[in-house]
Unconditional design. Structure first.
Length: 666
């Protein structure tokens, strides 16, 4: 049996897939003060529902929010930074871009390392090698000063260490000798690519979060072992699993752990439905995550920010906005109705949860509008309190000078506008026509808003998984181990040659497969193309992404390719540039900046059983409310559809001559 557990801002979801393909799932309230307690409660509940024992679980995958929450809340270990002399303030200088274009007084987040904990290393490397060598004696003296400051973690980020890591490794060895047990992150190991500010900031983030994440994961692993469970594997931001030990040592790998599981689940459902182009949005209690599946693949990026801080590590290309079921509605200083980003979270939750919440949320508005069944039972035995929801919305309506039902409708429209904006950011603003895609909603709240968003974007098909409320956890159960290795190569002119490209690619793939990447080897027996038994589609065992740009540009575009031919890579880059920016420069010189190699291990062989016997199960006509196991699907007037053999609901706008039925049905 394969187990996936995902921690969200409001609920913790668990999915257990048995050998017979039956999916067992539960939702329990998240326990923010001690997330491990909620995880183990979810595991116990799903095992009980399946009539299984801990020893029956052969794989346990976990998606978490520990690193994300710590970053958002500014929590972390007391961290020191060692940087090249003259460059210790790079994390404070950052880039010239302002935090907000028109708010001149809005500042970027404060550095995670204060000035008093920044230490200068007497060394200097250029792109071609050391200019000022770091000798052992000065290194020892430097580490004595660092240890004397009593940090809990140390980040080491030296100039051009992505190409020449020997000085960083010397300092790491000396730290291990003088301060054994202290967490150390070195940039050549954590990031491995150029751009000093982003590399340094990511290494500092890794050092600051790893003690906290490591403590959580070691406690979870110990308690899981005590209950007879397999040790959990942890979802990375890149969409692949890694060991508990590696995640504990490099917390930066897990900053987007939770949303990445949802992408895996969406890929699985899209594959079952035979769809290659799907626009996905995951709306939970706190936020909404948007991603795009094109030709069966999800784009990746290594240039993004989280809570205003750069994260220069491979991550699935997901855009997040603060619009969830628990997002709080409020009146701004100008008298306008706003929704989010503040959320009611798991405690107290929306007013309708009856746990003391008094402020109106999106979930309260949906309940008043008849989109949620009044007798619905939620995780933890909660029932919806319509009276509490009405009081909360009415209080806000009074501030706005609206009727209660008008305010409820306005809350939903504002939240949907925010989600629609996020969907446009990932499609229209990138040259992608959303009308060519199906829309897949998931998360506990996503299916309530799917048809409205599809109408706004001109999308003609909504694909709602039966497991939409726990799709992140299902994606975790279906995930495979993954390793990523990156290197800046800066190839241009005559150096941009096939031999150089092929040599660098093979070296990176070999490194990703080897134990040198930080954990056990992924050899040829374990790294293989793997076929899930529910489908004939085979996933590749490796992936290479080339980041290219026209010479003189500041940023690159990623191009995935198995080719090492320079002309083919140039043409692929020109096509990508034309799609993103609307033009190509036929005379521009293309340079290859960075190569990123990824290697997968074998995924679990899941044989998922559908809801029916291979035929359409039910015809659905709007307006209707469809109660799914862990979510609610709202079908407005003008939409209809049916279930497929896997239990997923396919919805389409009805033809103009078809009259929708009057009156909502549950």
């Amino acid at each position: 049996m394969i187990l996936g557990v995902d921690v969200g801002g409001t609920f913790t979801d668990a999915v257990l897939v048995g050998k017979d393909g039956v999916i067992h799932s539960v939702k329990v309230p998240t326990t923010p003060a001690d997330e491990a307690r909620g995880v183990l409660a979810a595991v116990g509940a799903v095992l009980a529902r399946a009539g299984a024992e801990p020893g029956d679980v052969t794989g346990f995958a976990h998606g978490m929010t520990v690193a994300t929450n710590a970053l958002l809340q500014g929590r972390g270990a007391r961290t020191a930074l060692i940087a090249t002399a003259g460059f210790t303030d790079v994390i404070e200088l950052g880039r010239q871009a302002r935090a907000h274009l028109y708010r001149l007084c809005e500042a970027a987040p404060a550095p995670l390392v204060g000035e008093e904990l920044r230490f200068a290393a007497p060394e200097r490397c250029g792109p071609d090698g050391p200019l000022v060598t770091l000798d052992p004696e000065p290194a020892r003296a430097l580490i004595e000063r660092v240890a004397g400051a009593r940090p809990e973690a140390v980040a080491v980020a030296l100039l051009h260490s992505y190409a020449h890591p020997e000085h960083e490794r010397l300092l790491a060895r000396e730290l291990d000798r003088q301060a054994p047990g202290m967490h150390v992150s070195i940039s050549s190991e954590v990031v491995g690519t150029f751009r000093e500010y982003e590399r340094t900031a990511t290494t500092v983030l890794d050092a600051a979060l790893s003690p906290l994440v490591g403590s959580y994961l070691r406690r979870l692993a110990s308690e899981s072992s005590a209950q007879g469970l397999a040790e959990p594997e942890i979802m990375q931001s890149s969409g692949g699993l890694t060991s508990t030990a590696r995640a504990a040592s490099h917390a930066a790998l897990t900053v987007l752990s939770g949303p990445a599981g949802g992408v895996g689940g969406a890929l699985l459902v899209a594959e079952l439905a035979g769809m290659e182009n799907v626009l996905c949005f995951d709306m939970g209690g706190t936020s909404c995550d948007v991603c795009v599946i094109t030709a069966g693949q999800v784009a990746e990026t290594a240039q993004r920010t989280v809570a205003g801080r750069p994260l220069a590590l491979p991550a699935l290309d997901i855009h997040t906005v603060g619009a969830g079921g628990g997002s709080i509605a409020w009146r701004d200083a100008g008298g306008a109705l706003r929704v989010g980003p503040e959320s009611a979270g798991a405690a107290p939750g929306p007013a309708c949860y009856g746990q003391g919440g008094e402020r109106a949320t999106v979930t309260d508005a949906n309940l008043l509008l008849g989109r949620l069944p009044r007798d619905a039972r939620l995780a933890g035995g909660l029932t919806l309190d319509r009276g509490a929801a009405e009081r909360a919305v009415a209080a806000l309506a009074s501030e706005l000078g609206l009727e209660t039902d008008e305010c409820a409708a306005g809350i939903v429209r504002v939240a949907e506008a925010e989600m629609c904006r996020a969907l446009r950011v990932m499609t229209v603003e990138r040259g992608i026509d959303p009308r060519a895609y199906a829309l897949m909603p998931f998360g506990g709240a996503g299916p309530l808003h799917a048809c409205a968003l599809a109408d706004e974007l001109g999308i003609a098909l909504v694909l709602c998984p039966r497991t939409s409320g726990v799709l992140c956890a299902l994606g975790l159960a279906a995930a495979a181990p993954r390793r990523d290795v990156s290197r800046t190569v800066m190839l241009r002119g005559d150096a941009f040659a096939q031999a150089a490209i092929a040599g660098a690619r093979e070296e990176l793939l070999a490194l990703a497969r080897s134990a040198e990447s930080g954990e056990g080897s992924l050899d040829d027996d374990s790294v293989r193309a793997h076929t899930r038994t529910h489908t004939s589609t085979t996933q590749k065992d490796n992936r290479t992404i080339y980041e290219l740009r026209y010479r003189g540009q500041s940023y690159e575009l990623p191009v995935e390719s198995e080719s090492t031919d320079p002309d083919e890579l140039r043409e692929a880059f020109a096509r990508a540039h034309e799609q993103r920016y609307g033009y190509r420069d036929e005379d521009g010189e293309v340079e290859l900046v960075t190569i990123r190699a990824s290697v997968w291990g074998a995924a679990p062989e899941l044989s998922l059983r559908g809801a029916g016997g291979g035929e359409s199960q039910a015809r659905i006509e709007g307006p209707a409310v469809l109660a799914l196991p862990e979510a609610t699907l709202y079908v407005p007037p003008g939409w209809s559809g049916e279930e497929d053999e896997w239990g997923a609901v396919h919805l389409h706008p009805v033809s103009r001559w078809e009259e929708p039925q009057a009156g909502p049905r549950t």
